[in-house]
Design a protein. Structure first.
Length: 343
């Protein structure tokens, strides 16, 4: 947690490490002339980390110093300007710190990687969260900052449901960037509540498929994969859907209806038992026909053709090796890969 100290001015003010739980201590004049502070927080798509860019501009030259906890990893500060900044060990009020100093400057900035989600993120429900970001905060009586700007950049997979600031000012929202502007205030902290649209979609699909025996739902590199046993979906040797199979595929389409879906890829897979008929010369034609039949269910449920794709892969991608009845049954399957539009 950084504690910026432009010494030896006497009045105590708070300046940010850009996160609400990681505030920073600054000794400054009661009202810094022409001061502008900017805090820009980037939230990682996986919610495990973030990055904070903090800059400060003054009309007058000063000697700002930021104090970080003694065990702070200096490598987390990825960028600092001016280039004449100095790291050193120091003591403040009897406690040891890492000190980042910007000698003789009126403008300075640093970029810090945030590696501890618990310091900036609060989980509200299984699919919703709250992020708190602090700009600047003056503690002394009469202390104000000319201009305070706090921005939060949200990945597209998240939908912001509520946002607020701790003080008066105005918001500007462009795509996934939420910026708050305030003038002549003691400080500003912003809070954003948001929903993980991908997690909400995954939970919806998992819940819809939970009662269907043998159906698997998994998260594969940001996509949702649903695997259905072929024998439950199609009649042997053909492309006619079993009543149970038609119900399964319709249930999946219902779970995805109205969601932000970029693509639904449908793959038919066969075992290594050869087939040869006038309609299906090989397993390639059979697996492709079954995938196409499943695709037609999605079309009937209102899905746009542009988000659907069907392919037959025969026995080219087995899940189990060998010729046992169990292995062959596992390889006969239909797979759905859902690519969210919120990636």
């Amino acid at each position: 947690m950084p504690l910026p100290l432009p010494l030896p001015l006497p009045i105590t003010c708070l300046r940010p490490a850009a996160l609400l739980r990681c505030a920073a201590l600054l000794l400054c004049a009661a009202s810094a002339r022409g001061e502008t502070t900017e805090t820009l927080f980037f939230l990682a798509d996986d919610l495990l980390s973030g990055a904070t860019y903090f800059s400060n501009r003054l009309d007058d030259v000063s000697d700002p110093r930021y104090l970080f906890e003694k065990n702070f990893d200096r490598n987390l500060v990825l960028y600092a300007r001016p280039e004449n900044y100095v790291w050193q060990d120091t003591t403040h009020e009897g406690k040891r710190y890492n000190e980042l100093r910007f000698p003789n400057t009126a403008s300075y900035a640093y970029l810090r990687r945030e590696a501890e989600p618990k310091e900036f993120l609060e989980r509200l429900t299984p699919t919703s969260y709250r992020v708190n970001v602090s700009g600047s905060q003056c503690l002394a009586n009469g202390c104000t900052v000319d201009e305070t700007i706090v921005s939060v950049v949200m990945p597209k997979r998240f939908r912001v449901t509520n946002y607020k600031a701790s003080t008066r000012g105005h918001w500007k929202i462009v795509d996934g960037t939420y910026s708050f502007y305030a003038r002549n205030v003691k400080g500003a902290e912003v809070t954003l509540e948001f929903e993980d649209r991908y997690a909400a979609m995954f939970n919806s699909v998992s819940s819809q498929m939970a009662s269907l025996q043998g159906v698997e739902v998994s998260n594969v590199e940001g996509t949702i994969r649903i695997v259905m046993p072929m024998d439950n979906v199609f009649a042997p040797g053909g492309v006619t859907m079993q009543p149970e199979g038609a119900r399964w595929v319709k249930s999946l389409a219902a779970a995805l209806s109205g969601k932000a879906v970029r693509e639904v890829r449908i793959e038919g897979h066969a075992d290594n038992t050869p087939i040869k008929s006038a309609q299906f010369p090989s397993n390639w034609e059979l697996s492709a026909g079954r995938a196409a039949q499943a695709l037609r269910v999605f079309l009937a449920e209102g899905f746009a053709p542009s988000v659907l794709m069907a392919a037959g892969l025969a026995d080219s991608r087995p899940r189990a090796e060998g010729n046992s009845p169990e292995a062959r049954a596992k390889n006969r399957r239909i797979e759905f890969t859902v690519v969210p539009a919120v990636q």
